[in-house]
Design a protein around this ligand. Sequence first.
Ligand code: PLP
Length: 234
Amino acid sequence: MQLAATLRDRLAAVTDGIADAASSAGRDPSEITLVVVTKFHPAQLVRDVFDLGIRNVGENRHQEAESKSLECADLVDLSWHFIGQLQSNKARAVRRYADVIHSVDRASLVDALAGGDPTERKHEVLDVLVQMNLTADGARGGASDLDDMLQLAHKIAAVDSLRLRGIMAVAPLDEAPADAFARVKTASEMLTKDFSEASWLSIGMSHDFVEAIEHGATHLRIGTAITGYRPTPG
Ligand SMILES: *Cc1c(COP(=O)(O)O)cnc(C)c1O
């Protein structure tokens, strides 16, 4: 991947790519939310993308996300998307700042998110997605088949303080993204039969967002193509 020199140029290139892919797929780009993944970068990068018009950022580690959200507390209309594996003992703390959690990958995490003091939460009702595991490795996080996914979805839907919005997935490295995303799309069609509000599809990263848009992505989680290469995690 060739990266343009400035943040503004890279963001513009990605935004153009999204518009082109949406138009080829006969979709309206305004129904696609770009979440800029700012993980491992300093809080200043969050401010920089905010200044360029971005209102959704993604983080995958609790401590880092928490401290950046505090540093950027003045950016009131910025939404924080938690996209990483979440330990149950940190679930309550994530509810203090998160606007969306994409990575609900197991039943015990649903219980953990339901617990704690409701007055300490940013949202009385938090938007969450079920994570699906598209790899053949069952030990990875996420529902590994349709039954698993629906079971987890029903578990979430039974919690008053969570609103089930859809499915999140990462394409495996050893499979064409289009094939993997086609399976998620089928899963999404099944899910929306039971839950009409759960139509979000969080698929698509720097290298596969075009295929994701073709397969119905409503949320793209894009890091490197916009932010440039990430510093090594500290
Ligand atoms: C890091 C990360 C991304 C962004 O990946 P890029 O390849 O940098 O676009 C998206 N989703 C998840 C879950 C991630 O951890």
